[in-house]
Structure formats: C-alpha cells, structure tokens
Design a protein around this ligand. Structure first.
Ligand code: C5P
Length: 408
C-alpha cells in the first residue's frame, strides 16, 4: 500500500498501560503502509506486552535499556534517535508524559526523544482521573508548547471500569494522525505550479573537464517531493545529481548555468512560485576548448571566466506574471548579512540561508537547518531531515504569500 508513510522510519515508544496490547496491531498497520518500525519498550511497557511479539511484528530487535552494551553496540541511542523520521509514543502513560514534559532522559525512550529532531506524536492513555488531573493537563500543555503533537485520548469505558477520557486512540486513528503529520495540509498550494531548481551546474572547460560544486540536490528534490504531496504541480530543473525523481514531479535535466537559465525563464511566467535551490556556478569558462586540452611545459594554466546570468534575479525582475520568488544562500561565514544582502539585491520575496561550513548540515547531508529572511521578518528552522525542513519551508512560503498577495 503506497501512502505518505511509505519509507518513513517510525520509532514507536510503548510505555506502561493496558492499551499496549493495541500497539501490536498498530505496528502491523504501519508496516502495511510501507513504514519501517523500530520499537522502544519501557520497563513499564514490558509488563503489558512482550518484546518477542513486538520483534516478530516489526521485524526488528526491540530496544529497552539505555545501559545495555549489546543493544548499544547494535544501534546506539543517538543512532536510533537520528534514524527516526518520526517518533510515535503509544500508549503514553501519565508518568511518561510527565517525564517528557520535564525533559528527563532517565530511560531509553525519553533519551531518544531528547536526542531526536524528528516530530513526536504522543497518544496519551491513562485512567480518566489521572488524565483530568491538573498536573497531567499542565504537562500536556507544556508538550504542545514544545511542538509535540498530541493524538487523543478518546473517551469511553476504561479497563479499570471508569468511564471518561483517557482511552488510547485506535491503531487506524493513530495511523491517520501520523499521515496528517507527514503531509501538512497546504490548501494554498493545491493546484498551483511550482518551478524549482536543484543541484549544481557544470561549466565545461573542454569535452572531458568541468567546473562545479558540492551541491547534492537533496534539498531541492525534498522541496519538489513535499510540494507534490501538498497538491502542487511541480517542475524541477536540475543539474547533474544522483537522485531519483520524486513521484509526480516533472524533471528537466540540464548541465550548465546557461541551460538552467533558459529552462527556467521559458517556464517562469507560468509558475506561481519559483524556488531557486540550485547552486548555480557564478562563472563559466570564456572559451570552451573544442578538444581535450593537453598538458604543456608551463607550470601554470590560466582559465578566463565570464559571469553567468543570475537566474533567480532574472525571474524576480519579471515585469508580468512574476512568480513568488524564493532563493537559497549557502554561506560559510556572515550568514545573516550575506543572505539579507541577496534578498535586497536580487529582489527576492524570501531567502533561506544555510551555514554550509557545518559538516552535519548542508551539502550532501541528510539534514539541514536554515534561517529564512523576508523584508520585515525572519524565522529560524532548526536542524532536521531535509524532507521535514522542505515541508516547513513550503508552509512558511504559503504563509508569506497569504500575507503579501493572493496567489493567481
Ligand atoms: O550563488 P548565490 O549565493 O548568489 O545564490 C543565491 C541564490 O541565487 C540561490 O537561490 C541560487 O539558486 C540563485 N542563483 C541563480 N543564478 C545564479 C547564481 C545564483 O539563480 N547565477
């Protein structure tokens, strides 16, 4: 079954509660939808369901202890935290919620939550009086403030005989809540056309050599994928990269900045939004040699470079049917001032600046962190997988568009 959960890496935390028996079915539902599932079972949870059941259903060893050298050697807690594209805690007991609210790291599950940048969906499950207790209410409010997502609880008859709120949502309801989390609803993008550039460009020196840069194209491809999921029509003009085309995306392959310029300007008028994510070479070789250049006796070789057209500046300068124009600024120093300068100079609507001097983000990395700047504001989006960041950037773009002008 191909869904928004296909390929997602879901870390399922199971804490102590009778609803843990439903978590076994939950794993099956997640796997049916193409998600990979790894389970962390808390000490409390292990009294309600066995690791063997969870291992058999998830197809992966179940992790329980922070201090188990064998388990840590297989997949350490930080690795596990980084592996997850999403953390689902179901059932989440009152005790676990309290520990999360206080930022404790006193078992494997709470430690992984603290160590992960992935979104966390919490499914509370407890006695109705415990749920209504102001301490629990306060803890849940604290989690919401910190951008945890809370699903449920449902009200009804409880295992203890009480009636009231505190029942864990059913597995299929949790699956639906997770799916919603993975594809934020962006009605403003539905049916709109996005034109995106990605990857590096290659500037030929001769038939076998070129000038280029380290861009992997991952950020642009993640944006294209997220935009399609949000209901947009997407054209992706890409330099040479080693990435599969996301489903539903129209891909236009180019090599040089001049080719990218032509491909973009030909389509820009028809686009509602243009995102220039490509690392376009600023200069190209003035005269490309017709044949492979030969080594000479000289110790020096001089290449004369000439400026390439600035693709994004040309799009932003369009007089008619100009798309909302978003740039990227990859910098190794003075991030804010260089980015703001590009925003003004290239007349962009929004610029996403990222610090490529940090090895754990930017070029070739799975993760990225950016700070977005616009005319009178800015927003820092912390380090997270490029896929999650792409969705957050699109959400910001739609907010800025709604604020500025209606989409055509
Ligand atoms: O290279 P630079 O840091 O100026 O890139 C800033 C933004 O301008 C990026 O969005 C990039 O895609 C775009 N750009 C472009 N054409 C160029 C150079 C950069 O569209 N020739």
């Amino acid at each position: 079954m191909q869904t928004t959960l296909s390929g997602q890496r879901i870390l399922l935390g199971i804490s102590g509660g009778i609803a843990a028996y439903k978590s076994a079915d939950l794993i099956r539902r997640l796997k049916e939808r193409g998600a990979e599932v790894r389970v962390i079972l808390t000490e409390g949870g292990s009294h309600f369901i066995t690791p063997l059941t969870l291992q058999a259903l998830s197809g992966n060893p179940v992790s329980s202890s922070l201090l188990d050298p064998a388990a840590e050697a297989a997949m350490g807690h930080i690795e596990l935290a980084k592996w997850a594209s999403c953390i689902l805690i179901a059932p989440a007991s009152a005790d676990l919620i309290a520990r999360l609210a206080h930022g404790l790291a006193n078992d494997l599950l709470t430690t992984c939550v603290l160590a992960s940048a992935a979104p966390v969906l919490v499914a509370p499950a407890m006695n109705q009086q415990m749920y209504k207790n102001s301490a629990t209410k306060h803890n849940i409010a604290t989690l919401k403030e910190r951008n945890f997502h809370i699903a449920g609880p449902a009200a009804g008859e409880q295992a203890c005989g009480d009636v009231g709120p505190g029942r864990m949502l059913e597995p299929l309801e949790l699956v639906a809540a997770l799916e919603q989390l993975q594809s934020p609803r962006l009605p403003a993008l539905s049916g709109k056309t996005l034109l995106i550039t990605a990857g590096p460009t290659r500037e030929a020196i001769d038939p076998v050599r070129f000038l280029s840069n380290h861009s992997s194209g991952k950020m642009g491809f993640a944006l294209a994928e997220a935009a399609v999921k949000a209901g947009a029509k997407v054209q992706l003009v890409t330099g040479p990269v080693n990435l599969a085309t996301p489903a539903g995306v129209e891909r236009i392959d180019v090599q040089s900045a001049q080719q990218m310029h032509a491909a973009v300007l030909q389509r820009a008028n028809a686009a509602d939004i243009f995102i220039g994510c490509a690392a376009v070479a600023d200069y190209r070789v003035a005269e490309v040699a017709g044949q492979k250049m030969k080594k000479t006796s000289s110790n020096e070789l001089t290449l004369t470079l000439v400026k390439n057209p600035d693709i994004i500046a040309d799009v932003a300068a369009l007089k008619y049917q100009r798309p909302f124009t978003v740039g990227f600024a990859a910098e190794t120093e003075n991030l804010a001032s260089y980015a703001k300068d590009k925003l003004q100079r290239k007349k962009l609507d929004l610029i996403c600046a990222n610090d490529v001097s940090k090895p754990e983000q930017g070029f070739h990395s799975e993760d990225n962190a950016i700070t977005a700047y616009w005319q009178d504001g800015e927003l820092a989006l912390p380090r997270q997988p490029k896929t999650a960041l792409a969705a957050a950037i699109l959400e910001l773009i739609t907010q800025r568009i709604q604020h500025q002008q209606p989409l055509r």
